[in-house]
Write a protein that binds this ligand. Structure first.
Ligand code: HEM
Length: 479
């Protein structure tokens, strides 16, 4: 991508040119005093001032994978003043997420989420500090522990039942599976959190209300890696792309849906007759822990955004690969026939479906929903693979590149679940070839819940329906 199209694509041409001429001199002076870059990992040469910003493109996991092929498994580049480091081999990932995890597990907050009243209550964007630890412990206990998953299984099965009923009614029609899976996952989570559904399968585009749209916008703004202000601190407060302003607008719309429910339950939880046994949702537990509205808004938004988007993407890619590889779909259907003899597949029967599990691992290898992990930040200067990672560098691990590397996998571009049969390789953060949920302190806390939902949805849909593309479309052309 050239600079002109980069500026045009990012709506920056006019304000950028005016402001850049004002601050040009200042930046040049600052850049003339480089930080210690002697032993930085190698990387592509950049331009003065903007560094490699113009080379990143819209799919940075793909552009940085190309750089890794040229410069090696640990590369560095510069976006404005900011140094970024990307690891693209299991060895480099192990050093970052295990050996130096204690120094490399802080976060950089994307512009979209830089809301001063909310960030102190963030699980996803706080540094790995004490309040992050206690939020994580609460979420582990109430949302993700084996006991919590067991107690949510009825809700998960109920929402899946709604999805299957809906698909039966629509049988023969064209359905965007990602839309309906998103709604199913969203309602499962909001039932666990608020004891309520918010979205309606019959209104997939959320035209009746704007919650669906607001959440998708928050996800979109949060994932904008070409977030200009973060790389040019001097421009940060101008919010040139309007990312912060737009996100605040969508946050406000989203929070308005929850405000009344929170207030209503707060009255119950604060009443003298309240006892812990009355708690019926995660909201009640947050209120028992004296969470403010802002704390609740932040945590709930993060859990909903992190839990729905990733899981939907995985189901979508798994279905795409199944449509491309009918023989894999048939093998899963046979396995379900052999192992499940009840009307509905329940949570507890999933562990018998080993071929389905291998298929999910294969989908995660080729299509990791978070292809670069979330950005980590170096709290101290440290060494990785004998290179120096300066303090405050932003660190990514390119799972997408590792999943397609012929040095790591045989025949990496083929979809072959068999590679995981009779293999001990798992995605739980111990095997650095396959890290779709990360590893170490920042490993995804929602992994057990996400995987259970994916297994249940895929198994039930494959058992009850034939997945085909509309109008005889070519499945190999799906992207
Ligand atoms: C297939 C499904 C999922 C995948 C592939 C996935 C993947 C990830 C990844 C790669 C990270 C970042 C790890 C890092 O930066 O090192 C992450 C973080 C996170 N995920 Fe997931 N996730 C999934 C499902 C879920 C679910 C269902 C929830 C909650 C309901 C969830 C909640 C979170 C949270 C709160 C974080 C931030 C943790 C922190 O920063 O300490 N995820 N996830």
């Amino acid at each position: 991508m050239d600079i002109t199209s980069f500026l045009r694509d990012n709506n920056l041409s006019t304000p950028f040119l005016v402001l850049s001429s004002i601050f040009f001199l200042l930046l040049v002076i600052k850049l003339a005093k480089p930080t210690s870059s002697k032993k930085l990992p190698p990387g592509p040469p950049g331009l003065p001032i903007i560094g490699n910003l113009h080379q990143l493109g819209r799919k940075p996991h793909i552009s940085t994978a190309k750089f890794a092929r040229e410069y090696g498994p640990l590369i560095s580049f510069r976006l404005g003043k900011q140094i970024l480091v990307v690891a693209s081999s299991p060895e480099a990932a192990r050093e970052i997420l295990r050996t130096q995890d204690h120094l490399l597990s802080s976060r950089v907050v994307p512009a979209a989420f830089q809301q001063p009243s909310l960030i102190p209550h963030s699980l996803m964007w706080s540094d790995a500090n004490l309040s992050w630890k206690s939020l994580k412990t609460l979420c582990r206990t109430e949302l993700f522990s084996a006991k919590a998953l067991e107690s949510h299984s009825r809700l998960r099965e109920q929402k899946l039942g709604h999805l299957l009923d809906f698909l039966h009614i629509k049988q023969g029609e064209t359905i965007n599976m990602e839309d309906v899976v998103f709604i199913t996952l969203f309602n499962t989570l909001t039932s666990i959190i608020f004891s309520r559904d918010f979205l309606d399968l019959k209104d997939v585009h959320g035209t009746r209300d704007g919650l669906n749209e607001s959440l998708h916008k928050i996800i979109e703004y949060g994932g904008n890696i070409n977030d200009f202000g973060s790389f040019f601190p001097i421009f940060e407060r101008f919010d040139l792309q309007g990312i912060r302003k737009e996100t605040v607008k969508q946050y406000e719309k989203t929070f308005a849906y929850w405000e009344d429910i929170i207030e209503e339950r707060r009255v119950h939880v604060n009443s003298p007759t309240w006892s812990s046994e009355h708690a019926r949702s995660f909201l009640d537990r947050m209120l028992e822990n004296k969470f403010s509205n802002n704390q609740i808004y932040q945590l709930v938004t993060e859990v909903l955004v992190a839990g729905t988007n990733t899981t939907t993407s995985l189901v979508g890619w798994a279905m795409t690969e199944l449509v491309r590889h009918k023989e894999v779909m048939s093998k899963i259907a046979e396995e379900i026939k052999r192992e499940v003899n009840t009307d509905k597949i329940s949570d507890s029967q999933l562990s018998k479906l080993t071929y389905l599990h291998a298929t999910i691992k294969e989908a995660l290898r080729l299509h990791p929903p978070v292809p670069l992990l979330l950005p980590h930040k170096a709290t101290e200067t440290c060494e990785v693979l004998n290179y120096t990672i300066p303090k405050n560098s932003i660190i990514f691990v390119n799972l997408w590149a590792m999943g397609r590397d012929p040095k790591v996998w045989d025949d990496p571009l083929s979809f072959k679940p068999e590679r995981f049969i009779d293999s001990k390789l798992d995605f739980k953060g111990q095997d650095f070839e396959l890290l779709p949920f990360g590893s170490g302190r920042r490993i995804c806390p929602g992994m057990p819940s996400g995987i259970k939902s994916v297994q249940l949805i895929l198994a039930s849909v494959i058992r009850e329906f034939d997945l085909v593309l509309p109008n005889d479309a070519d499945p190999m052309k799906l992207i």
